[in-house]
Structure formats: structure tokens, C-alpha cells
Design a protein around this ligand. Structure first.
Ligand code: KG4
Ligand code: ZN
Length: 368
């Protein structure tokens, strides 16, 4: 990232509160994470098996000031050392977004700093740009970006200058949402993705043959609701009440069971189901992403969002030996964080694209 004529480092404070993580980070020159603080609300939402919007807003209100203060402290930066404050303005839960937005606006007003609204989905993509710059290996364009998280499953063409074109998206559930719903159905905790990820290697991914979704219209769109229903049918054909109860009981006594503890209450047939479910999600994601990358003659593939943490997905992408590099963010920058929001604000800072205080939080903000 170019700097000003005196080669002075630019630092942006990023704030993220779109869902169930309150996060703040300071990023320098779009390439160096000076601090990244994430306060997760798993303990609050875990018992409901998903995010409860009202509780999320309340938790953000509690966390926002200490999280931002800690991020600045850890970065060793005061407000005078910032070039701007960036905040997620959408998409997400409006009540949650409003907490970060209002606090960011107040900080900018009080400290006379530029205010920059950032699209959360663009933030996920910038997690990859940020680390690629840090490594000194910038992402080559055009790139195909697959963003797969709890709220989104999108395919974008990303061109030089951070221009995006939407090529495909889920028509129903997001990939991460499918992980979370299947985990909830089977009595595992929330979020379901990391738990299924850690148990899938203990099952046979070929044991249950799920059909891959066939899309009418845009063949690059995704659908995960059929898979979720197929898992539900599989469970209805078996008597699983006792094992599901055993897992719920385990969760009541221990909020974070170890893999061994989960394995002790999960029969082989269920492990096979989890492995097969995960294998099918990975197949859906990669099949369409690769087809899309070919279509735009991509010179790199970006995989971002919480589901990019999935070790099976990372291994499967590697195993494809694609003729272009595949970029995953490190796990801490794959799930929601504020470093990605600060990183996405750097091109806007360079172009002088500031937001004004009338910018509203938008639940359905689209990227392209
Ligand atoms: O990006 P993120 O933190 O929040 C949204 O923008 O939605 O993604 C959270 C989602 C959750 O659905 C979670 O289950 C999923 O990412 N996730 C995973 C893994 N880690 C998190 N899914 C599969 N495998 C994982 N290891
Ligand atoms: Zn996200």
C-alpha cells in the first residue's frame, strides 16, 4: 500500500459488530496487524443453538468500549496515531451493527477522524489481501473469491482496484448455517462448524451418499437446504434420542467438550454421517468455485469467511492442485474479526472515500 510522501505509516482502527462477535483491531499500512481483539458471544448463544439477535445487541453494548480500548492498548496507539476509524455497516443484524456504527461515529466526531463504513463481505475478502501483502506475495487478479460463512455463501470475481462482480450465491442456507443446523439437530454445540470439523476425520466420508444440488438457472448458485433435509431424514429413520440426549447432557456439564469427550457419546454411524455431510459441503463449495474460476480465467482463488477454517476444505483445495494459487486466511482472520474491516478501509482511505454520519446500518447490504 502506498504511503504519503514522508513515508509515514498509516493506521486504521477497525470495529466489527455485525453478528455475535464484538471485535476491534488496529492495522498498519494495510499489511500489519498491530492488534486484533475478538470477544465472542458463544457462551450467550450456545444454549440456544444459534444467535439470538436481542441478546447479541446487549452483549455488543457491554463489550464495545473494553474491546476497542484493549485493541488500542495492545497496538500501543492513541487516537492521535490513527488515520481513520472503519466499521462494518452491513450486512448483518441491524441491532448489532448499530452498536459498532454508533460508537465508531462518536469516536470520529470526538477525535476529528475520518469515518469509513465497510461491507462485511468485502472485509472477509480483505483478510486474504492483508496477509498476502504481509507475506509480500500480492493476490493476482482477476481472482475468484468464495466467501463462505454463517450468513453468506457467495462467489465474486475480484478485479484490480477492488471491483467485484457477483457470480453465484446460495439460494437458501449459507454453508456455515448448514454446519450449525446439522450440529444443533444432532445435539452438538454452537457454532457447529468447528465441532463437525474436528469429528469428521473420525468418520467415513463415503458412508452416506448425499446427492449434490443441481441448480436450475444460474448453475453457479449454491443450495444447502436439501442437504440439511437429507440429514434430518437420516436421523428420523434411526432412534437417536439417547445419543442426542447424552451429547446435550455433556454440553450442560462442559461448555467446551474435547474431541475425546464428543467421541465417547457419538457412535460410528453418526461420525460417518458427519464426515459425509462435511464432504458434501466441501464438494459443493469447491466444485462451483473451480468452475467459476475457470469461467473468468482466474489467476488466483480466494476462500474466506468462517467456513474457510475448515481443515477438510483446506486439504481438499490443496489436493486439487489447481494451476493458480489458492489463498485461505489464517484461521483467526477467517472468522469474524476487525482486522479485515480495517484492511478493507485502506483503499477507501487512499481514494478519500469517507462516509458521512448519515450512513445507516443495512442488514442486507450487498457487495455487488
Ligand atoms: O465469518 P463468520 O465468523 O461469521 C459470519 O459472517 O457468519 O462465520 C461463522 C460460521 C459459523 O457458521 C461456523 O459454524 C462456521 O463459520 N465455521 C466453520 C468452521 N469454523 C467456523 N465451519 C466449518 N468448519 C470450521 N472449522
Ligand atoms: Zn463474517
Amino acid at each position: 500500500m502506498a504511503r504519503d510522501s514522508q513515508n509515514i505509516s498509516l493506521r486504521i482502527l477497525g470495529i466489527e459488530s455485525s453478528c455475535d462477535e464484538t471485535a476491534a483491531a488496529v492495522v498498519e499500512d494495510a499489511s500489519k496487524v498491530l492488534s486484533s481483539v475478538v470477544a465472542s458471544q458463544f457462551a450467550t448463544h450456545g444454549k440456544y443453538g444459534g444467535v439470538v439477535p436481542e441478546l447479541a445487541s446487549r452483549e455488543h453494548l457491554r463489550a464495545i468500549v473494553p474491546v476497542v480500548t484493549l485493541a488500542l492498548e495492545q497496538a500501543g496507539v492513541g487516537y492521535g496515531g490513527l488515520a481513520a476509524v472503519a466499521v462494518t455497516s452491513g450486512p448483518g443484524l441491524v441491532g448489532s451493527l448499530l452498536v459498532g456504527m454508533t460508537y465508531a461515529k462518536a469516536l470520529c466526531f470526538a477525535h476529528s477522524l475520518p469515518f469509513i463504513g465497510v461491507n462485511h463481505i468485502e472485509g472477509h475478502i480483505h483478510a486474504v489481501y492483508l496477509e498476502a501483502r504481509e507475506r509480500g506475495e500480492p493476490v493476482e487478479h482477476p481472482a475468484l473469491a468464495l466467501v463462505a460463512s454463517g450468513g453468506h455463501t457467495h462467489l465474486f470475481e475480484a478485479r484490480e482496484g477492488f471491483h467485484y462482480r457477483l457470480l453465484g450465491k446460495t439460494r437458501d442456507d449459507a454453508a456455515g448455517e448448514a454446519f450449525d443446523k446439522v450440529a444443533k439437530l444432532l445435539g452438538f454445540g454452537y457454532p457447529g462448524g468447528p465441532i463437525i470439523d474436528s469429528l469428521a476425520p473420525h468418520g467415513n466420508p463415503r458412508a452416506v451418499r448425499f446427492t449434490l444440488a443441481r441448480m436450475k438457472g444460474n448453475v453457479l448458485d449454491f443450495s444447502f437446504s436439501g442437504l440439511k433435509t437429507a440429514v434430518l431424514r437420516w436421523t428420523q429413520q434411526r432412534d437417536m434420542a439417547a445419543e442426542v440426549d447424552a451429547r446435550r447432557e455433556l454440553l450442560r456439564s462442559n461448555a467446551h467438550p474435547s474431541v475425546e469427550q464428543w467421541l465417547a457419546v457419538t457412535p460410528k454411524a453418526t461420525l460417518d454421517l458427519l464426515a459425509s455431510f462435511q464432504w458434501t459441503v466441501i464438494e459443493e463449495l469447491l466444485r462451483r468455485a473451480v468452475a467459476c474460476a475457470e469461467q473468468i480465467q482466474a489467476r488466483s482463488l480466494i476462500v474466506a469467511g468462517g467456513v474457510a477454517c475448515n481443515s477438510g476444505l483446506r486439504a481438499a483445495a490443496q489436493a486439487l492442485r489447481l494451476p493458480y494459487p489458492v489463498h485461505f486466511p489464517s484461521p483467526g482472520l477467517s472468522t469474524d474479526n476487525a482486522a479485515m474491516i480495517a484492511a478493507a478501509a485502506f483503499p477507501k482511505l487512499e481514494r478519500g472515500e469517507f462516509s458521512d454520519y448519515t450512513l445507516a446500518a443495512r442488514a442486507n447490504l450487498s457487495l455487488a
